[in-house]
Design a protein. Sequence first.
Length: 246
Amino acid sequence: MALHDTGMAAPMIVVDALRKSLYTGSTLVEILKGINFSVTPGEFVAIMGASGSGKSTLLGLLAGLDNPTSGSVSLHGTVISSLPEDKLAAIRGRTVGFVFQSYQLIPTLTALENVLLPYELNDEKGDRQAGLRRSRQLLEAVGLSRRFDHYPVQLSGGEQQRVALARAFILRPPIVLADEPTGNLDSANGKQVLDLLLQLNRAEGTTLVLVTHDPELAAYATRRITLRDGLVVGDDQQTPRIADAQ
């Protein structure tokens, strides 16, 4: 297995000979053609590539939202690729926070309820008051202390993505995955969301993997992995740009 050498820490993510293919009509399309890399705890990795390079497919496989054709993905020491759905859902719920480009908020829930939802679905203790405290703290951290009771339709795009950021961190997951998290925002709101994402990531000590086609966004990462035609064509450490303080 080819692993990226980032030190002695046990990898948080291991991708081994990962392949993904599907049929379009009678034509077999190879999306990923044997991907290998590992990510150590606390890394911020930007996965880059043009449209069709396989980067969003890769992120979905890392999150356990799809199954590979062959190869494996390990998260926090657990191989998730062959788990039954109930066990996969449990691992995914406790291990991965996900930030979608399109926010994916529940329209009938308030901002506070949207952030709380993963806690209620996954927390074994069932301590709702602790979950509410954590939800309020996170919404305050992203500047939405006056939006607790607002529904998604009452929030701007930037505010909705800030709710989604808070939701991704509610269970203190060791891994946060983000798929073009600023793609639906204008430049000012996108920059604010990115700064908040990086601040939360540092405060929570998570491992962050972000998919983007934007080199400006990737410049904040400590490492850049580039895909082309389903293959890794670049894997480089870099000195990250420093995000603005809020």
